[in-house]
Write a protein that binds this ligand. Structure first.
Ligand SMILES: CC(C)(COP(=O)(O)OP(=O)(O)OC[C@H]1O[C@@H](n2cnc3c(N)ncnc32)[C@H](O)[C@@H]1OP(=O)(O)O)[C@@H](O)C(=O)NCCC(=O)NCCS
Length: 175
């Protein structure tokens, strides 16, 4: 499914054939920003393993979107649902964009596409965590209707220092 476009950019479901490009982008992000979960090099370069994980995610009808410009993948957003009856209405969202893709409304579009997926599969709660000092991301999530629910104090150690995370969530209309 194609969800939308900005200039030459397309937001679409990740295909298994995207695995190498997506993994490359994730590794680039891990190098460039301290706002993602993994440290540089920690993710590894095993494309087959990543493709297997993507295939499982698709089997479960969870969501992995990419922002692609031609053959280049410049960003992603994914959402994974709970696996039990009591939490399968709720999905955890993770996203990131390479520097050249930021500030162009692409993050907003990705989250709009996540909302569309959520409504299609009956997800009524979207949640995420974000480092408490990641103001661009908090701005984006607030704009897209996510509200802060609490602070996970010193939940991460980044470059040797404790970092708090905000828990943010969005309840979809109609639920
Ligand atoms: C956070 C991130 C996804 C934002 O995506 P983006 O495409 O740049 O955001 P958009 O262009 O769609 O902006 C939407 C809103 O987000 C907020 N925002 C975006 N960039 C911002 C910045 N640098 N400073 C403050 N607010 C910002 C604004 O509210 C903006 O709305 P506006 O344009 O009307 O002011 C992107 O900066 C990114 O990938 N950063 C690095 C990785 C990361 O932090 N991932 C999230 C981990 S939780």
């Amino acid at each position: 499914m194609i969800f939308g476009h900005v200039d030459q950019l397309r937001i679409r479901d990740a295909e298994l054939s995207d695995a190498a490009a997506v993994l490359g982008m994730l590794n680039q992000l891990d190098e460039e920003t301290r706002f993602m979960m993994l440290e540089p090099g920690e993710r590894g370069l095993d494309v087959a393993r990543f493709a297997g994980w993507l295939a499982n995610l698709r089997l479960r009808q969870d969501c992995y979107l990419v922002a692609a410009e031609g053959d280049d993948v410049v960003g992603f957003a994914h959402a994974e649902r709970g696996t039990y009856r009591r939490n399968k209405h709720s999905a955890v969202v993770v996203m990131g964009l390479l520097p050249e893709a930021r500030g162009r409304g692409i993050g907003s579009q990705l989250l709009g596409a996540i909302d569309t997926w959520a409504q299609t599969v009956g997800v009524t709660r979207l949640e995420l965590t974000v480092m408490a000092h990641n103001l661009p991301a908090i701005g984006l999530y607030s704009k897209r209707g996510y509200a802060a629910e609490g602070v996970r104090r010193q939940s991460l150690i980044v470059d040797g220092l404790p970092v708090d995370e905000l828990v943010m969530a969005k309840i979809l209309p109609g639920s």
